[in-house]
Design a protein around this ligand. Structure first.
Ligand code: FAD
Length: 468
């Protein structure tokens, strides 16, 4: 079957997460037809896997303007912009209604397995850019299908490809064999079966981003609860502890994000977690009782733990993009023009400059990686960044270059400045100095009831992303 004329074709958007659905809304705003392909059974399938986690952004910071424009006429009620949604709220009160209003432009249970130029593999130049894209998908019932597209926006995120425990970026020896006691997610301690796994037990938490802060705060809450006495965290850090280890705290312009680091610090200060620094996990072994022993590259072997929570970040799945000519940075696996703006070796204070279609372009015209996936392995992605990315990309695809180039976004600073620096060097950065000023005092936000900024604490909101 010959491919239809390119101009008649939709723009395929891979992933019905917050950024993929926003891309569809902006394309419609530009008069371009989108087709959103989602592997999961519902919109926001990845977000739903952390539905128990509260965001550190308020509703006002995670609703896309073009999406809101589509939702408004449907009688949709805009949540309180100052309240903090959980992942579950975000999925149910925003992403599902948005997918509903997009109707059959969103296909669920549809996994993209490959993208290429019709009749042209990666090598072939001849007539390449005149050819539409061909997108192979697998449906949940096993059927396969070929779809055609005039452009492709990959908003498939990185949730499905978490980084391993190994200090070298590889799975540690024995890590796979110990999978029954290792999780790569912030545990949902409201689930009795999950709670039983951690209550009164010793758990290693590997990682140093917002999700690791959250896991430590959750374990500390458990330790202080009636059924959790004896719960203990062991916080595994590849670097030493310094002022910026716990994030920007009061200097973070996202108070709930700042509160995460302070919650982790409190967990350590109050003895609910011991920090082990400069430790790079090389192997995970089982002792005679079946408990896990983490062995470090420096020969250290830690006391046995019952569980391990690995929160060392995410990385992009590029497997289905192999036939395309992508320009990706060798460190971050992010678009080469974007990478220097988000490189954690250089940046941590949220000084990610506004970027749009130009920074997200590749040698292959008409392909864009956006959202969490655009950041590759870099942390600190925020939904509002993704919304600005897709506004610009949609305008570029529609040919409205003036609007595409007018990228406007001011990101809240983390309050910690300077790059990650060298692993073993004592960290010079100090939280709160030179970082964001005038941030309101961070407070932990209560889970369950939508809470406005400043409400008292229960389970800490998590971070994501930041990457990690
Ligand atoms: C625990 C956590 C807390 C966070 N908190 C915040 C916060 O407070 N504020 C903030 O701004 N950001 C936060 N983030 C970061 C970020 O905003 C979210 O990760 C957001 O969900 C990213 O949106 P996305 O659309 O890029 O990717 P995702 O939400 O990951 O969506 C990608 C979608 O693509 C689908 N998909 C994947 N592969 C395929 C395929 N091959 N074919 C078809 N579909 C596919 C997935 O099922 C998924 O639904 C957080 C992240 C995490 C993990």
């Amino acid at each position: 079957m010959n491919a239809p004329a390119t101009t008649e074709l939709p723009v395929v958007v891979i992933g019905a997460g917050p950024v993929g659905l926003a891309a569809a809304a902006h394309l419609i705003d530009q008069g371009v037809e989108p087709l959103v392909l989602e592997a999961g059974q519902a919109a926001g399938a990845a977000v739903r896997e952390w539905s128990h986690v509260r965001l550190f952004s308020t509703w006002g910071e995670v609703i896309d303007p073009a999406a809101e424009k589509l939702l408004a006429p449907t009688g949709w009620t805009r949540p309180d912009p100052a309240a903090y949604p959980s992942g579950g709220d975000w999925a149910e009160s925003y992403l599902r209604p948005l997918a509903d209003v997009l109707g059959d432009r969103v296909r669920l249970d549809t996994t993209v397995t490959g993208v290429s130029r019709t009749g042209r593999d990666r090598i072939v130049d001849a007539g390449r850019e005149q050819q539409p894209f061909v997108v192979h998908v697998a449906h949940a019932d096993g059927r396969e299908e070929r779809l055609f597209a005039r452009a492709v926006i990959d908003a498939s995120g990185t949730w499905a490809t978490p980084s391993p425990a190994g200090g070298s970026g590889l799975a540690a020896l024995g890590e796979r064999a110990a999978a029954d006691r290792i999780t790569y997610r912030v545990p949902d301690l409201r689930d009795p079966a999950v709670r039983a796994r951690f209550a009164g037990r010793r758990t290693a938490v590997i990682g140093s981003g917002a999700s690791a802060f959250t896991a430590l705060a959750y374990l500390a809450d458990l330790a202080e609860s009636d059924d959790g006495s004896g719960t203990k965290g062991v916080w595994i850090l590849r670097r030493g502890i310094s002022g910026s280890t716990f994030g920007g705290g009061t200097a973070d312009q996202l108070p709930a994000r700042g509160a995460l680091g302070l919650a982790a610090k409190a967990a350590v200060d109050e003895g609910h977690a011991d920090a082990v620094t400069g430790f790079r996990t090389e192997a995970i072994e089982r002792d005679t009782d079946g408990r896990l022993v983490l062995a470090g590259e420096d020969g250290r072997r830690l006391d046995p733990v019952d569980e391990v929570i690995v929160l060392t970040g995410f990385r992009p799945d590029l497997s289905f993009l192999g036939e395309l000519r992508l320009g990706l940075d060798e460190r971050l696996q992010a678009p080469v023009a974007l990478a220097p703006l988000i490189d954690p070796n250089q940046h941590s204070c949220g000084t990610v400059y506004p970027h749009g279609h130009r920074e997200l372009s590749h040698p292959e015209q008409g392909v864009y990686l956006v959202g969490m996936k655009a950041y590759g392995r870099a942390p600190t992605f925020l939904a509002m960044t993704g919304y600005e990315q897709v506004r610009s990309v949609a305008a570029a695809i529609a040919g409205d270059l003036a609007s595409a180039d007018r990228v406007e976004l001011t990101l809240p600073e983390t309050g910690v400045c300077g790059g990650a620096g060298l692993f073993d060097a004592p960290d010079t950065q100090q939280a709160g100095d030179g970082g964001g000023c005038c941030a309101p005092a961070p407070r932990l936000v209560q889970l369950g009831a939508p809470a406005a900024a400043g409400a008292a604490t229960d389970q800490a909101p998590a971070g994501g992303c930041c990457g990690s």
